[in-house]
Design a protein around this ligand. Structure first.
Ligand code: GLU
Length: 445
């Protein structure tokens, strides 16, 4: 009987309607078994039992008035998961699929991801089931203001620092920051991902996608390989996908596909990023528009078909559980040599098994996409010293952080008997720092 399997069962029983949260906990506890054996004092101090329970969960009503004058009601969330190593930190997601299970799984993952960055940030996540699709700028503003009216009571530059995630970019952060300032009469680094004119950091927009490529480049380098001349498929067309594609192209790859929640585009001659940026960032349109500008490209309805495209490197950057067992098998059968998870938990447990068994390079989300939140922490540093670094300064720090995460992850895997398994390595390396801090800080929470 393993030390942690009864805890996994307890979590499943205690959180019965939260499949995504259960999935995230199960995956982490499985890799922590050798750590539990090596640290009986952590078992005795209840570290494992405590780390799977959020420190605080806030659920609130968000009412707002649409352009027709009709009152709408959404549900807002902030799950402050763990503050052992720093103030709570993590994004806000606006998407109709948001519920407590999704926010808890994201907050739990964030705790380990943030620890891996080596920077002093705890784990949290928040958001709402509000659907930004089709809403006017004014509706988005009224929603964000109402959301922040409640959220402002629970956050602060030294308490909890939210940022963006799916459905939350510079526009939403701006509206929320303005409202926080109005309510609190203070100009502090309470949010990250801010615009450059009011305290944002250069390279924050690019950071998650760039960081993903820096990490994947490290994985490839370890097998004497690189992005050069590789065919790359990227799902999603948000911030992570766009800037991941930009960096992959700069590193010599041919990016041939991108997607959104309706379907995917395939352009064997290489995706033209200027067109994608215009469609997604300026016009806020669907990715299907791409074929109007480039008629030789193809648009296909449905998302999972994107993994049937033959590629060397696959970068899932859309959302949780977007790669299932069948897609994973297809990728491997088609000769894919590396998978880097840009989204949070994009591969199902069955898909991960396929990747690990096939021995292709597999970069897990909490390591691969940690560059975003790492750069958020750099934004917090700049806000604290009331100064801003150049793009190159931030980008160089990001590069160093990503290669450090790669080293930590592969070393931890080796040390605990999982050589080559970066998923286990990331879980272990992320956990150890948080566990050590929790142990030092005592048991009263
Ligand atoms: N939402 C991003 C993530 O999943 C960024 C969070 C942040 O910058 O705080 O890590």
């Amino acid at each position: 009987m393993s030390l942690l399997s009864s805890l996994t069962q307890q979590v499943i029983k205690k959180n019965p309607n939260e499949p995504e949260f259960q999935q995230a906990v199960k995956e982490i506890l499985e890799s922590l078994e050798p750590v539990a054996v090596a640290h009986p004092e952590w078992m005795e101090a209840g570290i494992f039992d405590r780390i799977v329970e959020p420190e605080r969960q806030i659920i609130f009503r968000v009412s707002w008035i649409n352009d027709k004058g009709v009152v709408n009601v959404n549900r807002g969330f902030r799950v402050q998961f763990n503050s052992a190593i720093g103030p709570y930190k993590g994004g806000l997601r606006l998407h109709p699929s948001v519920n407590l299970s999704i926010i808890k799984f994201l907050g739990f993952e964030q705790t380990f991801k943030n620890s891996l960055t080596g920077l002093p940030i705890g784990g949290a996540k928040g958001g709402s089931d509000f659907d930004p699709k089709g809403k006017s700028d004014r509706e988005i503003m009224r929603f964000c203001q109402s959301f922040m009216t409640e959220l402002s009571k629970h956050i602060g530059a030294d308490t909890d620092v939210p940022a963006g995630d799916i459905g939350v970019g510079a526009r939403e952060i701006g509206f929320m920051y303005g409202q926080y300032k109005r309510l609190r009469n203070e100009f502090t680094g309470v949010l990250t991902g801010k615009g450059l004119s009011y305290g944002g950091s250069l390279a924050r927009t690019e950071a998650t996608g760039y960081g993903m490529c820096y990490f994947v480049e490290e994985m490839l380098k370890a097998t004497n390989n690189s992005f050069k001349n590789k065919t790359v498929v990227i799902s999603g067309s948000g911030n992570v996908a766009i800037y991941g594609a930009e960096k992959a192209i700069k590193l010599g790859a041919n990016v041939v596909a991108l997607s959104d929640s309706n379907g995917y585009i395939y352009d064997p001659t290489g995706i033209k990023l200027d067109t994608v940026k215009k469609i997604k960032e300026v016009n806020r349109e669907r990715i299907s528009e791409y074929v109007k500008y480039h008629p030789t490209a193809e648009y296909h309805e449905g998302c999972s078909g994107i993994w049937k495209i033959k590629c060397d490197i696959a970068l899932p950057c859309a959302t949780q559980n977007e790669v299932n067992e069948t897609s994973a098998k297809t990728l491997v059968a088609n000769g894919c040599i590396a998978v880097g998870e840009g989204a949070n938990m994009p591969s199902t447990p069955e898909a991960i098994n396929v990747f690990l068994k096939s021995k292709i390079l597999f970069g897990p989300a909490k390591a691969v996409n940690a560059g975003g939140v790492a750069t958020s922490a750099l934004e917090m540093s700049q806000n604290s010293i009331r100064y801003s670094w150049t793009f190159e300064e931030v980008d160089n720090k990001l590069k160093a952080i990503m290669s450090d995460i790669y080293m930590k992850t592969s070393n931890a895997a080796k040390e605990f008997g999982f050589e080559g398994n970066l998923l286990a390595g990331a879980n272990i390396a992320g956990f150890i720092k948080v566990a050590d801090a929790m142990y030092s800080e005592g048991i009263a929470y």
